[in-house]
Design a protein around this ligand. Structure first.
Ligand SMILES: [Zn+2]
Length: 176
């Protein structure tokens, strides 16, 4: 898997409030993904080849793109409504293809890619308010180790916001 941004966020996605499982809504639910803090407009890239399942309004006036990557599904959340040309239901994406940009969150000064993963073994909408504590579909995965692995593969796991130097080729190389 590739890392979905062209740099490592300064603020660790291993730590609260960004980490998977961090408390939300005064402890009434848990954070269902990892938050990768990045400026508004930061390009977001597909972590693997896949097919776009849906593009829709998500949270605080931001949008989300769902992509079936074969071995897993990713919800790229809190992106701009303008996801870019060709990114729509049914579109095929290549590894490292741009599939959106980090969006603004209405009422918040922070912006980020909210990254959720699913095994793809369940059916239905990814958000399921009736399924505590994450309020997500039953095949929700913790993406932390997957993101770590992506950084190890790209030669960066030392923290700090800096460019990735990927060994994986393709568009990813152009970011170095
Ligand atoms: Zn989040």
């Amino acid at each position: 898997m590739l890392f979905p941004l062209k740099f490592v966020p300064l603020e660790s996605y291993h730590e609260s409030p960004r980490r998977f499982g961090a408390s939300r809504a005064k402890g009434t639910r848990l954070h269902a993904g990892c938050d990768l803090y990045a400026p508004i407009g930061t390009p977001v890239f597909a972590v693997a080849a896949g097919e776009v399942l849906a593009v829709y309004e998500f949270y605080l006036s931001s949008w989300a793109v769902e992509v079936d990557h074969g071995d897993f599904i990713v919800r790229y959340g809190e992106v701009k409504k303008d996801v870019g040309p060709g990114i729509a239901k049914g579109a095929q994406v290549l590894p490292g293809a741009q599939i959106g940009q980090v969006g603004a969150l209405k009422g918040l000064k922070l912006s980020m890619l909210h990254f959720e993963m699913y095994a793809g073994t369940a059916k239905g909408a990814l958000t399921d308010r009736s399924n505590p504590p994450y309020q997500r579909r039953s095949d929700l995965l913790d993406p932390t180790a997957w993101l770590d692995d992506a950084l190890v593969n790209s030669g960066r796991f030392d923290g700090g916001r800096r460019p990735l130097k990927s060994i994986m080729g393709g568009d990813f190389m152009a970011w170095a």
